[in-house]
Design a protein around this ligand. Structure first.
Ligand SMILES: NC(=O)c1ccc[n+]([C@@H]2O[C@H](COP(=O)([O-])OP(=O)(O)OC[C@H]3O[C@@H](n4cnc5c(N)ncnc54)[C@H](O)[C@@H]3O)[C@@H](O)[C@H]2O)c1
Length: 256
């Protein structure tokens, strides 16, 4: 635990809903919001990692975040969980649209079914989670929605066209929703991670050579980890960012 972490009194007892909160960057978000005293509910499909995280935080703090198994490709199930969390914990104040999947695919192997499935995971749930959560936020007088983009939008990475397309669309989604929801006191922003060394990234895509070349591109010669992303998300959820909406905040070590 980072004992130097900034405390945000405005996050205490706030209901925070995180997609993909069981591992990777999402687990860092679950930990960070929980340690702020927020009431965290998260969805994921990795039951083992999610339940281990719940136990870890329960042992650390004596209270537990709420885990619900939910495949976010199922819009009805996702919106039902959001409604249920609103009934049991109170209105959602912060929605973090974090879950995504960056599986590689050859451009000429993508068919319509695969394209649609990728969008149903990497883009569609962000809109429908926001739609369901915003209804609660409007009744409660405001809130914060943080959508996860990706540095890959600025890069020319091959074998990733459906993911990069979805991530590029996140910027438009954020800006348009910021306009629709701003009148209700709801802020919508995009968090743009750089290359974050999660377990999955290290297992699947990034070896020592790739990591060296990533650090060469970063202004800061630092291994970026989930603990570097979470503080920026806390800020965007807190009252300290009350006048910030429709923006993109990169946590990428200064990519160039
Ligand atoms: N790690 C990076 O370098 C990096 C870079 C740029 C952007 N991002 C973005 O940051 C966010 C988090 O990425 P990450 O690296 O932690 O990913 P990750 O794959 O490590 O974690 C994603 C989490 O989402 C869950 N998930 C996957 N499919 C799901 C589904 N259908 N329903 C519910 N949950 C599901 C996974 O089980 C996992 O817990 C994503 O939006 C990703 O695109 C990450």
């Amino acid at each position: 635990m980072n004992n130097d972490a900034t405390r945000y009194p405005s996050l205490e007892r706030r209901v925070v809903f995180i997609t993909g909160g069981g591992s990777g960057i999402g687990a860092g978000l679950t930990r960070a919001f929980h340690r702020q005293g927020a009431e965290v509910a998260f969805v994921d499909i990795d039951d083992a990692a999610s339940q281990a995280l719940v136990e870890e935080l329960k042992a650390e703090t004596g209270r537990a975040p709420q885990y619900r198994h939910c495949d976010i490709r199922d819009v009805a199930a996702l919106q039902a969980v959001i409604a249920e969390v609103g009934h049991t914990l109170g209105p959602i104040h912060t929605l973090v649209n974090n879950a995504a999947n960056d599986d590689r695919h050859a451009w000429d192997a993508v068919d319509v079914a695969y394209w649609d499935e990728r969008m149903s995971l990497n883009l569609r749930p962000m809109f429908f989670a926001a739609q369901a959560a915003a209804r609660q936020m409007i009744d409660a007088g405001g809130g914060s929605i943080i959508n996860f983009g990706s540095i890959s939008v600025q890069m020319a990475i091959g074998d990733l066209s459906t993911y990069v397309t979805a991530k590029a669309a996140v910027h438009g989604l954020t800006r348009s929703l910021a306009r629709d929801l701003g009148k209700h006191g709801i802020r919508v922003n995009t968090l743009v991670p750089g290359s974050i060394m999660t377990d999955r990234q290290l297992e699947k895509w990034i070896g020592p050579e790739e990591e060296a070349s990533i650090q060469a591109r970063q202004c800061l010669k630092l291994r970026l980890e989930p603990c570097h992303v979470a503080p920026a998300v806390l800020f965007l959820a807190s009252a300290d960012s009350l006048a910030i909406s429709g923006q993109e905040l990169a946590v990428d070590g200064g990519w160039g």
